[in-house]
Design a binder for this molecule. Structure first.
Ligand code: FAD
Length: 339
């Protein structure tokens, strides 16, 4: 049985086929998400994303208090997707492949041959395995805001988004998804205070949503006949909070583990294939949480790091980029954070 018909539970169902999926909600609902997914990640997966594409982005503008830089590639690096359409498609794919979605069915400790916890950030299955998690609290609005539709904006601010960042993800030149992640406090206030402090003028808020981002840690993913996947397994990039690509990659390994009747294979294989990337995201996050953002950006700009990012940057797999950056002696002081 899969617990949770979210994007990850339905994707796992879709590629495995003939699964029972328990879902506590009565029907498919919108979920707080920016829907920014890397082109390379999507192309490696079987996610039916094409109908969900809202925009294509080629790079990002990174801001600290007093410095900023832009990285932009020639080709599309990420798609901005309609998360609801994406999930509707995955759900359809799961049903087409023989899965049964049992709506309004909340898992509360029931047993089965396998219990696959795809039940999100507040996973009951993870709780039943004694696993605790920490979170970033995120708030996002969709509003009218004039911007370059090919660039995502990332704002690093210890004052407004300590432990995370604020973002503007364009749907087109006129509309953006604008959000913030914080460790504690009033989320909505944090976002609007940040916007007013930065002088970012928005019009016509069309949607407001809040959500939890679990912070990645190297946690247990399997116990007896239980396995965790997606946000339940904190397969989330600690730099950005993006969780869909790694979780869907995990689904392919879990499918193999189920076919081999060996859930332990899933944990070992996932950690050996993707553990070092997720660890690197975590190290970068820890470094960001400790440094002064102005000093960091000043140093990165002085050492031509934006050009290195343009050449080696990869939204999901940062190790190659980090290696290149650390070839600059002036940036060696950062080594203590990432090694
Ligand atoms: C503001 C915000 C922006 C984000 N932006 C991005 C982004 O741009 N790119 C990206 O890759 N990721 C992003 N993420 C993260 C991404 O949304 C998650 O990683 C992803 O949705 C996790 O999917 P999931 O299927 O694991 O969990 P969920 O989508 O949360 O699904 C879990 C499902 O399980 C069900 N459930 C829970 N408990 C039970 C139970 N006991 N019994 C039965 N069913 C249950 C829930 O109802 C839900 O349907 C963002 C997250 C937030 C909060």
């Amino acid at each position: 049985m899969i617990v949770g018909a979210g994007i990850v539970g339905t994707y796992l169902g879709a590629i495995t086929g003939d699964m029972k999926i328990w879902e506590s909600k009565r029907k498919l609902e919108e979920k707080a998400c920016s829907g920014l997914l890397s082109v390379t990640g999507l192309k490696q997966l079987k996610l039916p994303y094409k109908e969900a594409i809202v925009n294509e982005v080629k790079g990002a503008e990174i801001y600290s208090e007093n410095y900023s830089f832009t990285v932009k590639k020639r080709s599309t690096q990420a798609f901005v997707l309609d998360r609801y359409i994406l999930q509707k498609q995955t759900l359809q794919m799961a049903e087409d492949n023989g899965c049964r979605i049992l709506w309004n069915k909340k898992w509360d400790g029931e047993d089965d041959t396998y219990i696959i916890g795809a039940d999100g950030a507040l996973s009951k299955v993870a709780e039943s395995m004694g696993i605790k998690r920490r979170y970033i609290f995120a708030y996002q609005i969709k509003a009218e805001y004039k911007t370059d539709s090919e660039l995502v904006k990332i704002f690093l601010s210890k004052r407004y988004a300590p432990g995370f960042f604020a973002w503007i993800i364009p749907e087109d030149e006129k509309t953006s998804r604008i959000g913030i992640g914080v460790k504690e406090g009033n989320l909505r206030n944090a976002l609007f205070e940040f916007l007013s402090y930065k002088g970012i003028k928005i019009k016509h808020i069309k949607k407001e949503e809040a959500g939890l981002i679990p912070i990645y840690e190297d946690k247990k993913m399997v116990n007896d006949n239980k396995a965790l996947i997606g946000d339940a397994a904190v397969q989330v990039k600690a730099t950005t909070g993006g969780g869909i690509i790694f979780a869907c990659k995990a689904a392919h390994i879990l499918k193999d583990a189920i076919n081999r009747n060996d859930l332990k294979y899933y944990e070992t294989e996932f950690k050996s294939k993707y553990g070092r990337d997720l660890e690197m995201h975590l190290k970068i996050r820890k470094m960001l949480n400790r440094v002064d953002y102005d000093a960091l950006l000043k140093k990165l700009i002085k050492n031509n790091v934006p050009e290195i990012i343009e050449k080696y940057g990869d939204m999901d797999h940062p190790r190659k980029l980090v290696k290149q950056i650390l070839m600059k002696p002036a940036l060696w002081p950062l080594i203590r954070y990432v090694i």
